[in-house]
Design a protein around this ligand. Structure first.
Ligand SMILES: [Zn+2]
Length: 360
């Protein structure tokens, strides 16, 4: 799975197909713009003119390179739209994203699923590659105080409503994307061949970071192996059981099916990826403003609402559900309206224990 189809994603995908990868999943929510063309080998002016989705263009171009390629496209956001069950089917995930929140989300999925991932980052003439293997090292454990501060600004569910921040767009070149994307693919291929790593024929970057700087031509490999015993982010979700629940099922029905499958009452379904918001109100006013949205959609809702848009977010309060049970007041809403993506793994608490239920 390749997450992000920008400059890095283009390079990574091109290399993967040239190296013979024939089963790919690509994730991106963006459309091709003219600004992408100077550093994206797979996009054309016509794609930008038509405003086509990057994943659609990528699938077409890569199939032209290898007609036997099977490629699944997800037009969405790694933070919300990719189910853990799908991640569990992957051999490796390659992250080609440009912000810490997206990296945090990739890491959380990979750690829960037990799948290794390769991170790449580029900025002007510099770039980095890091490899994370569940049980060995974890992106979240390696975030310093500054990283955690930046992350909390982007988290959709941190107690108050956040304005969406425009991602910092540093000017990058195709050259740095080529260097870093190539190293990412090399490292991903090593992870697919543990026998070569075990025999010492090859060495993985796992637990270290490769840093490259083009202006003075410096390259370094430094340790990057923090792994804290009490980090909740890298908990593995296992064992996983199958459930016949799907994301289109209403909450009430889904709970009934889970009760039957787990032979237990008093279930709680935890909303792990994003929270569900019930209402938004002014702090100095009792008038409820019912919105019933997944948390990530609240900022856009508030911006568009005449009554709320002029109020600073610090003057608003939102009611969040982080878990739903039999007392959830909207049992007819489908699970998808709560922000649960297709093929996700549901985290369910019962009096008899906690269960991880993979949707079909
Ligand atoms: Zn961790």
């Amino acid at each position: 799975m390749v997450v992000g189809c920008g400059a890095l994603g283009n390079e990574v995908l091109k290399n993967l197909v040239l190296m013979g990868a024939e089963h790919l999943t690509v994730v991106d929510f963006d459309r091709v713009e003219s600004g992408n063309l100077s550093r994206s080998v797979l996009f054309t002016k016509e794609d930008a003119r038509q405003g086509r989705y990057k994943v659609d263009v990528i699938a077409e171009r890569l199939k032209a390179m290898n007609p036997r390629l099977s490629i699944r496209t997800i037009r969405g956001d790694i933070a919300y739209d990719v189910g853990l069950g799908l991640v569990r089917q992957m051999d490796v995930i390659i992250g080609c994203v440009d912000n810490r929140w997206a990296r945090y989300c990739i890491n959380r999925l990979c750690m829960r699923a037990g799948i290794p991932w390769v991170d790449g980052g580029i900025d002007a003439l510099e770039g980095t590659v890091r490899v994370f293997v569940p049980g060995r090292n974890c992106y979240a454990c390696n975030l310093g105080p500054e990283g955690l501060k930046d992350l909390s600004r982007r988290m959709p569910c941190s107690g108050v409503i956040r304005r969406e921040e425009a991602a910092g767009k540093a000017p990058t070149t195709s050259v740095i994307a080529s260097v870093i994307g190539a190293v990412q693919v090399q490292e991903a291929l090593k992870l697919l061949h543990p026998e070569l790593l075990a025999s010492g024929q090859m060495t993985s970057l796992c637990g270290r970071m490769f840093y490259y700087e083009g202006a003075q031509l410096t390259g370094r490999v430094v340790d990057f192996q923090a792994y804290d015993a009490d980090c909740p982010v890298h908990d593995r979700w296992e064992p996983v059981r199958r459930t016949s629940v799907t994301e289109s099922l209403p909450v009430g029905d889904a709970l009934a099916v889970l009760r039957r499958e787990l032979q237990s009452d008093n279930l709680t379904l935890h909303l792990s990826g994003d929270c569900f918001v019930d209402y938004v109100i002014r702090r100095d006013n009792d008038a409820r403003k019912e919105v019933m949205l997944p948390g990530r959609a609240v900022s856009a809702f508030v911006e568009q609402d005449k009554e709320l848009s002029g109020i600073p977010f610090s003057g608003l309060y939102q009611h969040e559900y982080r878990a739903v049970g039999d007392d959830f007041p909207y049992p007819s809403l489908p699970l998808s309206a709560l922000g649960i993506p297709p093929q996700d793994v549901l985290y369910v608490s019962a009096p008899t224990g906690d269960f991880y239920m993979e949707m079909v």
